[in-house]
Design a protein around this ligand. Structure first.
Ligand code: CA
Length: 231
């Protein structure tokens, strides 16, 4: 998923960003409320992780303004432990869920999965299947024809993106925008390189499921419906 992390504490922000990226997410960061608003208005994120106490503009106000602008990006709010009135304020302002600091990283991942189910058009189950390909989005386990396949983080993220809407064509920019953060994705032919690795890992039959539509982009199809198409 493409995430916006709004956190003013540098060490926590770095730690969370690193962990999320290792789990295949693309993460942009903001360190104050105004920068968060600017980033949210300028880009489309799957989920925003929003700290409550922020310089310039607090998390509750960021939330309220975005909702007033009809921005429906799911928001996971980070609050201090025991700050019940703050949580209520956050939820009232339109946040979808909250997580109390300090938190276990696994719980953050679980909450993200939970709020991301509110993304319109997203399949709302943790096990996705297309033909012989099976992906568990909770554990990131991938199997083709019953054989477990190990995928690096970015390749996994591409596969999950394509598998969430089989048959839908994603342009290179589409994929890059979803999987890489704004600082790195445009630097090279990074999408082609990772698509190539993904195909190799999926094997000779599974790899054919990742189809190139020349000059347009990529999509995931069942091998049997591959007839007459490129790649
Ligand atoms: Ca803070």
């Amino acid at each position: 998923m493409r995430l916006l992390l709004v956190e003013d504490e540098p060490a926590l922000s770095r730690y969370v960003k690193k962990g999320l990226e290792e789990n295949g997410h693309a993460v942009d960061t903001a360190t104050d409320g105004l920068a968060a608003l600017e980033a949210a208005r300028g880009s489309c994120y799957d989920v925003m992780i929003l700290d409550l106490l922020l310089p310039k503009l607090g998390g509750v106000e960021v939330c309220r303004r975005l909702r007033a602008e009809k921005n429906t990006t799911p928001i996971l709010m980070l609050t201090a432990l025991d700050a019940v009135p703050d949580r209520v304020k956050g939820l009232d302002a339109g946040a979808d869920d909250y997580l109390a600091k300090p938190f276990e990283f696994d719980e953050l991942l679980a909450r993200l999965r939970s709020v991301s189910r509110r993304i319109p058009g997203m399949v709302k189950t943790t096990v996705l299947q297309l033909g012989q390909l099976k992906v568990d989005t909770a554990t990131h386990e991938v199997a083709f024809d019953g054989q477990t396949i190990t995928l690096p983080g970015k390749e996994y993220a591409i596969l999950e993106l394509l598998l969430r809407q089989p048959g839908r064509i994603y342009s290179r920019d589409n994929i890059a925008d979803r999987i890489w953060n704004r600082d790195t994705w445009h630097e090279s032919n990074v999408v082609e390189v990772h698509i190539k690795t993904l195909r190799q890992r999926l094997g000779p039959v599974g790899g054919k499921m990742v189809q190139t539509i020349r000059g347009v982009g990529y999509r995931l199809i069942e091998p049997s419906s591959n007839v007459g198409l490129t790649q």
